[in-house]
Every structure is written in C-alpha cells, then in structure tokens.
Ligand binder design. Structure first.
Ligand SMILES: [Zn+2]
Ligand SMILES: [Zn+2]
Length: 240
C-alpha cells in the first residue's frame, strides 16, 4: 500500500520519521494535512515495517468535517457497533502529486448479499457507469469503491504487465487487448478490503475457477489449496 501511495508523492517514499505536507479533498473541499512516517524505536522493534499516518489538528476544519461524517459512530463509541453500521475511509490517489481523495464509506451502503462476489468485482471493472440494469441498480453503492479499485488495481495490473499471477500468461496479448482482472483474496463484501495486499491479478479463466471452486489462499506459502486437494502456487508475485 505504501508503495502504491509513494508513486503519487513528490519526493517518493517517506524516510523513517519523515513528514510531508499533503492536501486532502474531502466532500469537495481541500484541506491541508501532514503525512507522517511514525518515528518508532527501530532497535526495539526491528521486525516492524514503517507506519504511515495522516495527521491533522483537533481544531482544524478537516477534523470538524470528519466528526460530522462519523457522528453516528462517535456518538456510539462505547458500544459495539452492529456490522451494518461500520464506517471507514477510503483513500485514493489523483492525477496530481501530493493530492489525495478521501471518501467516507458506510458498510450498510454496500452490503449486497443477493449478489455474488464475481459479478460484484466485474462491476468494479466497468470503465464508466453504463446503462445496463445492474449498473444502474448498483450505481449508488459502487461509485466510491470503483474509483478506488481502479487506482490500486490498475497500478497492480501494470506492475504485472497484464499477466496472471497464477499462470503467468497475458492471454489478451495476441489480440491487442488487456483482459486481466483483479480478485479480492478475502471477498470484498465480507472484508471491505480493497488494499493492494488483498488484491490478486488473475486471468479470466483463473478468476472463474477461483470463484467456482472457492479454494483457500495460504498467505505464508502463497498458494491456493482447492477442495479436491489440488494446490497451485503463484508464478508471479511482487506485492504479496
Ligand atoms: Zn491464469
Ligand atoms: Zn474475484
């Protein structure tokens, strides 16, 4: 995730302990904020990765805006929120360096139990909103997520040169098209996780097979284990 983020920062990746001024667009307003690489004791925690935070003052306009958006969960802070009321921020890059787009997302808006995960993912891939019935029905729920998916997913597709991470093939190459797809390792409807660490770049065949067979992904050894016992490891892996 930090590698993806770094591409959109002037000056590239933050050094340990470094701060960088960024601008955030939230609800169509532009706010100043600071991106900080937390300065923890590296000798004490040699195995820890860098931690990046976005820092803003308690009395700032952006803090005010965030309090308004998350008023429900702040009010109910001490109680356990029901899953349908969980709230998150998604953050995605823009075409301009150092400017990031912040968007609140509410789990109740995107729970789609009647829709299977593969067709949900296919909706993410649509380049624009289309007039198909499904896209109209899902438009409200998916607009936010699709934008995010396109930024991170497109970066990963380029990283793998439009090849499938499982079979290594770019099956569209002979035809002059890119048909590679993004798969959410932990299904998006359950995890709401669209970070790079939850995305796998796969060809359409492997994508269909994964959703049809429901294999288990072993994160340590980087392979899929299918219910019939078959195991298939990743041929290409640069980001997991
Ligand atoms: Zn494949
Ligand atoms: Zn998928």
């Amino acid at each position: 995730m930090q590698a993806v983020f770094s591409l959109h920062l002037s000056g590239g990746e933050l050094n340990h302990g470094e701060k960088r001024a960024i601008k955030i667009i939230l609800n169509e307003k532009i706010f100043d904020a600071t991106l900080t690489s937390v300065n923890f004791d590296r000798e004490k925690y040699p195995g820890h990765r860098d931690i990046w935070q976005i820092v803003y003052s308690q009395n700032s306009a952006i803090a005010d805006s965030i309090r308004k958006i998350f008023s429900y969960s702040l009010k109910n802070f001490s109680e356990n929120l029901p899953p349908s009321e969980e709230e998150y921020f998604v953050l995605y890059a823009t075409d301009t360096k150092d400017i990031f787009y912040f968007e609140p997302i509410f789990k109740r808006e995107i729970i789609t139990p009647e829709r299977d995960e593969l067709s949900l993912e296919n909706l993410f891939e649509l380049p624009t909103l289309t007039d198909s019935e499904a896209a109209i029905v899902e438009k409200y729920r998916l607009t936010k997520i699709r934008k995010l998916n396109r930024s991170i997913g497109n970066y990963l597709k380029k990283l793998y040169n439009f090849r499938c991470q499982i079979c290594g093939q770019n099956i569209g190459a002979n035809y002059g098209v890119n048909v590679v797809e993004c798969h959410h390792i932990n299904y998006f409807v359950d995890s709401l996780n669209n970070d790079a660490e939850n995305l796998l770049i796969v060809c359409p065949n492997h994508h269909r097979i994964i959703h049809a067979a429901n294999p288990i992904f072993d994160r340590d050894k980087k392979f899929y284990r299918y219910p019939n016992g078959y195991e298939e490891s990743l041929l290409l892996n640069l980001h997991l």
